[in-house]
Design a protein around this ligand. Sequence first.
Ligand SMILES: *Cc1c(COP(=O)(O)O)cnc(C)c1O
Length: 388
Amino acid sequence: MRAEDVRRFRDETPGCAEVIHFNNAGSSLPPAPVTDTVLGYLRDEARQGGYEAADAAADRISAAYTSTARLLGAADDDIAFTDSATRSWQAVFYALRLGPGDRILTCRSEYASNAIAYLQSGADVEVVDDDENGQVDVADLARRIDDRVKLISMNHVPTHGGLVNPAEEVGAVAGEAGIPFLLDACQAIGQLDLDVTRLRCDALTGTGRKYLRGPRGTGLLYVHPRLRERLEPAMLDLHSATWTSPTTYRVEASAKRFEAWERSQALLLGLGAAVDYALAIGLPAIEERVTALAERLRADLGQVPGVTVHDQGKRRCGIVTFTVEGVPSGQVKQRLGEARINTSVTNRTSAQYDFSSRSLPELVRASVHYYNTDEEIRALVEEVDRLR
Ligand SMILES: *Cc1c(COP(=O)(O)O)cnc(C)c1O
């Protein structure tokens, strides 16, 4: 990515003039076209009426599906929009109707909301070992497969570290065994170049506000036809199904069977604008810059006495986690915030398996995006150095 491109992306991001934003794994700064799309559409609703505005925007709404399908290498019919990654994930998970006697294989870096749903289901949850790099051990995964395994479900990138799990190799094992593979790509989408055919996942979930730079309150879902044909959603309405006679209904064939009728069209269009913005830059270019900036940040933080970087993985992404000796992570975040540097804190209630097994303390999470700069990284590292 050329310096002049980065300058333009920053010019198109009003927040870049206000703060140094290293909380992109929490919620990114949106580019102006995203905010303008949302506000413009709300004005259309106010002027025309909500239903009338939606009719007038039908082509743009449908284009959001096409763009998202392109982002993932999927077909339009495989895409659904929801209001969060968690809602997308739950729509698939609860449709599987797993229970006692079933086995779910997941990874050590698994996210809280997913793990809570596993526990609620009553199925046996098994955490696959990590390998020596701290990523999911695909050989251990393959060893655990038997007839009772009904789901392989894990994250591509965890919420609390720079690790990138070998999702393609997991997909190959799942595909071979004919077991559904649900991939939580919430932190991967928008920073890594994803392709559902390469990943061989049956379902993939993502959020709008994180690396995609979309508005809050948006989520997306990909479901391959081979999975969705056998999954009836746990909840249906007159959009996800049709009431065909007083005693019958027919479930929608496309992934829209996982959607709800009522939703914010403004936010949906905003998410579509965010996807288009990312596609115009190109995911390989985004991935390359995010990865390089994060490696620089890790190296520079590693030079500061008393700072420990905690990221694992053979392959790593834009999320950087660290601790400062003698300064609680909450205090690090607060002091950085006073210098207008946004980070966040991640703790064990987000990822019990990993925090417990590695005995991790609360971590400061500094997540970089392509619009961050070397100067911003320097400012963060200097501020951390001052803190000690
Ligand atoms: C943030 C996050 C989620 C949840 O996303 P929401 O949009 O908040 O529902 C799921 N998985 C991972 C790994 C996350 O970091």
